[in-house]
Design a protein around this ligand. Structure first.
Ligand SMILES: CC(C)(COP(=O)(O)OP(=O)(O)OC[C@H]1O[C@@H](n2cnc3c(N)ncnc32)[C@H](O)[C@@H]1OP(=O)(O)O)[C@@H](O)C(=O)NCCC(=O)NCCS
Length: 170
């Protein structure tokens, strides 16, 4: 399938390409960015290349995936946002990650609204979940601001997490 590009007020959500490997590697090397991920160690370049390739392939296996996120003004990669299929539970998760200088400006919320809208209104997905580390309060706030609600504490990706849920309102 061709991967859509979505524009919001401040952001462009566009397909990942292998040109994003180097800038994404730099973002994931910033201390704190992966603090609440199952493996918080910064990945090496080869690992990031595989990650980006998997993200591109995901769109081929499903109708959705992660977008590369760029500010409209600067046109450089600042992170990712989008939907991914969790094969273990056959659920669809919304996720996002931004480079640290872009935190605290409402940008993750802006990108996640676009991702959720795409899943619910363009694809008609019935339910979308959010999985977040219990101490990742900023991410929990993003999920709540875009309309997901806390469900339970449970294990995903080998770690204890909070699970959030939104049902398609249509
Ligand atoms: C989580 C993350 C995406 C949030 O991005 P962001 O653009 O700063 O998010 P927003 O500005 O849209 O909203 C964050 C909210 O959390 C709040 N917040 C930020 N840091 C916080 C903290 N340490 N404690 C409590 N609230 C916090 C903000 O005030 C804001 O809430 P508000 O709108 O009520 O003021 C960003 O911190 C990030 O990329 N972190 C690393 C990757 C990551 O953890 N991704 C999520 C995995 S589940």
């Amino acid at each position: 399938m061709s991967i859509p590009t979505i524009k919001t007020a401040r952001l462009t959500l566009r397909p990942f390409t292998l040109k994003d490997v180097e800038p994404l590697h730099q973002i994931l090397s910033i201390p704190g960015v992966l603090e609440y991920f199952p493996n918080p160690d910064p990945p090496d370049l080869e690992h990031v290349q595989k990650l980006v390739q998997r993200r591109i392939d995901h769109w081929g296996d499903h109708d959705y995936g992660w977008w590369a996120v760029e500010p409209n003004k600067e046109g450089e990669l600042i992170g990712w946002c989008g939907l991914q299929h969790l094969p273990e539970t056959d659920e669809i998760e919304i996720g996002y990650l931004l480079s640290k200088p872009y935190w605290g400006k409402g940008l993750a919320t802006e990108s996640a609204i676009a991702g959720l809208d795409y899943g619910f209104n363009s694809l008609g997905i019935e339910k979308i979940i959010g999985i977040v580390h219990p101490e990742n309060v900023a991410s929990q706030k993003v999920l709540e601001k875009i309309g997901l609600r806390f469900q339970e504490q449970t294990e995903y990706f080998g770690m204890e997490c909070y699970k959030y849920l939104a049902l398609n309102p249509n």
